[in-house]
Design a protein around this ligand. Structure first.
Ligand code: PMP
Length: 366
């Protein structure tokens, strides 16, 4: 039996007042020939990954709960970064890592600081967990401005300060000295979201230590070609990981995902080669964009932010979609008026995008 929706009726039970006022996360999933809107890897994992995983899955104890402490995965991530397994916390995508951080260190009466424009889920997850949000602004070139950071830290005393490097959606890599300074001055925890960290030259991982309230989050969704698996993690001090372990639901990482993550890390050489190829392809796409009537921002990630100079961003986004090319429409986001973000895909996908964009922006092509 289907129950007809009751869009106009008052629901019998209401969520928290603050949730009722919130909007959900919008990123359209539509069938197109060229999908360059969510910064995934353009190719599936290496063939050997699937074969190794299939063998491992054949002896999985389906009737048993998975290893609650995900020891093999933790060890593999720790080995990958040269840290102790007790410094690693993993969850279902780095979004869930961020949520667990907010549950443990945010909550009612506490505040998280963000510097816009940045990854929208930082403030969204903070709000969903009842954490207040203090918003600062990035400078005109979207870099962090230390005076503005100090103003926000002093005004709101945040228990969590979110940084994002490379920043989504602008692509900018934070300068090491700025991150160091924020960590030195922040009154609470500093989270450096490095979902795109492998594409950048510098990582805040080198700053992680037991006496600094700093964590660095990473994901398997981009470089590791495993967005479908939903797996992310952080590296941080042991005392912090111990608190997160209390907050995570028991057995939150299923056995298949634990195996997939562990096996994936054995293919690090292939992944490094793919990152290098994507970085080169990013240079090619950015150079081609520079020949079109668009403003382009330098990127240290696997995407590029650009703004058509003479045409409305949303109109261009729609015209790309009409040509079966999907990019991210940031045109209505604060500070990003008219901007679009394109993920670096395979060479043919990027060529299709560039050809479509060139056609749309050609004088008189309206
Ligand atoms: N952080 C940033 C900056 C992102 O762009 C994304 C994905 N869009 C995530 C975290 C979340 O990644 P996931 O949950 O897939 O690990």
């Amino acid at each position: 039996m289907t129950v007809p929706p009751r869009p106009d009726a008052d629901p019998p039970v209401r969520p928290r007042d603050d949730l009722a006022l919130m909007e959900g996360y919008h990123s359209p999933q539509v069938d197109v020939a060229v999908r360059l809107n969510t910064n995934e890897a353009p190719e599936p994992p290496p063939a050997g990954f699937g074969q190794r995983l299939a063998v491992a899955l054949a002896s999985l104890d389906w009737h048993r709960y998975p290893d609650r402490a995900y020891r093999s995965l933790r060890q593999a991530v720790a080995d990958h970064h040269g840290v102790d397994p007790a410094q690693v916390f993993a969850a279902n995508g780095s979004n869930e890592v961020l949520q667990t951080l907010c549950l443990a260190y945010g909550g009612p009466g506490r505040t998280a600081a963000v510097f816009e424009p940045t990854y929208v889920l930082h403030s969204h997850i903070a709000r969903v967990t009842g954490t207040g949000v203090a918003m600062g602004e990035r400078g005109p070139d979207f870099s962090l401005d230390l005076d503005e950071v100090r103003r926000v830290l002093a005004a709101s005393e945040p228990t969590i300060t979110f940084l994002c490097s490379p920043n989504n959606p602008t692509g900018m890599v934070e300068r090491p000295e700025v991150v160091r300074q924020v960590v030195a001055e922040a009154p609470g925890l500093v989270v450096v979201d490095e979902a795109y960290g492998q594409f950048a030259r510098w990582s805040a991982l080198e700053l992680v230590s037991e006496d600094r309230p700093l964590v660095v989050t990473r994901t398997f969704s981009k470089t590791w070609s495993m967005a479908a698996a939903r797996l992310g993690y952080l590296v941080g001090p042991r005392w912090l990981v111990a608190e997160l372990d209390k907050v995570a639901l028991p057995y939150h990482l299923d056995a298949v995902k634990q195996l997939a993550g562990t096996v994936a890390l054995d293919f690090h050489d292939e992944m490094r080669a793919r990152v290098a190829a994507l970085v080169e392809e990013r240079g090619r796409v950015a150079a081609a964009l520079a020949d079109l009537p668009v403003d382009v921002w330098p990127s240290g990630a696997n995407f590029v932010l650009f703004r058509p100079r003479e045409r409305d961003g949303s109109e261009v986004w729609k015209a790309l979609l009409d040509r079966s090319v999907l990019v991210r429409n940031c045109a209505s986001w604060p500070r990003l008026e008219g901007c679009l973000r394109v993920t670096i895909g395979t060479r043919p996908e990027d060529d299709a995008f560039l050809a479509a964009l060139g056609e749309i922006l050609r004088p008189g092509s309206r």
